[in-house]
Design a protein around this ligand. Structure first.
Ligand SMILES: *Cc1c(COP(=O)(O)O)cnc(C)c1O
Length: 229
């Protein structure tokens, strides 16, 4: 299958899932997860109109950001972020999906002030309490949000929540964890106001149930680019 055919198939499945849940297809943002893929692979999707790309390794991501500097793409950092790498975020990434502690926010906010750049943050929640995964446990979420909102500014905004479906989970368990993330976002909105609006959930294997449960961003790699080596 060509890149165009894969993109058309994914876009159609996103639109159908959005309609099933009573939403408009354009309410779901497709993030093409380009980790391990080449600049040519990325360029083929850029040529087809894709603007949002996700990467999970900082060095690989920075190389790609530099190569596409002139193209004005939105880069999303979706991997585990070490605090000594936060200085690379401003000017390169417009979104970080994997915030799971206060220190990262403090460092990014400081780097943003120095660079005069801005970035949108999502908190990664470990909804399934999978010990092998990064992310904030659900029970610690509200206190972390409260602290992060104190550090946030117009240049460093907390915009929503992200989760990664547990690998070994059944379809039902995955859907339940997506629904749980949506309820957590609703509770954040009740407690802290409406500024958090985004739900980043769903990958190649589960983006349809994620959209049905309210995803506003889906992170899709394999279904767009083919398998990674
Ligand atoms: C790799 C990755 C994806 C995309 O996974 P696919 O199954 O290839 O769609 C999404 N989210 C995160 C955090 C990832 O690391």
């Amino acid at each position: 299958m060509s890149a165009a055919e894969r993109l058309a198939a994914v876009t159609e499945r996103i639109a159908a899932a959005a309609r099933r849940s009573g939403r408009l297809p354009q309410e779901v943002r497709l993030i093409a997860v380009s980790k391990t893929k080449t600049s040519q692979d990325i360029q083929s999707l850029v040529d087809l109109g894709v603007n949002d790309f996700g990467e999970n390794q900082i060095q690989e991501a920075l190389d790609k950001c530099a190569q596409f500097r002139e193209t004005a793409l939105n880069w999303h950092f979706i991997g585990h972020l070490q605090s000594n790498k936060c200085k690379f975020i401003p000017g390169n990434f417009s979104w970080v999906h994997s915030i799971d502690n206060e220190k990262l926010v403090r460092r990014i906010a400081q780097a943003n002030r120095q660079a005069g750049a801005s970035v949108n943050l999502l908190l990664q929640v470990n909804v399934s309490a999978d010990p092998a995964k990064h992310g904030v446990p659900s029970r610690e979420l509200f206190s972390l949000v409260e602290h992060i909102l104190e550090l946030a500014s117009d240049k460093t905004q907390l915009r929503g929540l992200m989760t990664i479906g547990y690998r070994g989970a059944s379809d039902d368990e995955r859907r339940r964890s997506f629904a749980a993330l949506r309820r957590l976002l609703e509770q954040c909105q009740q407690r802290f106001g409406e500024s958090m609006t985004e739900l980043s959930m769903g990958m190649s294997g589960d983006f349809e149930p994620a959209i049905e449960e309210g995803a506003t961003m889906v992170r899709v790699g394999t279904a767009l680019f083919g398998p990674r080596d």
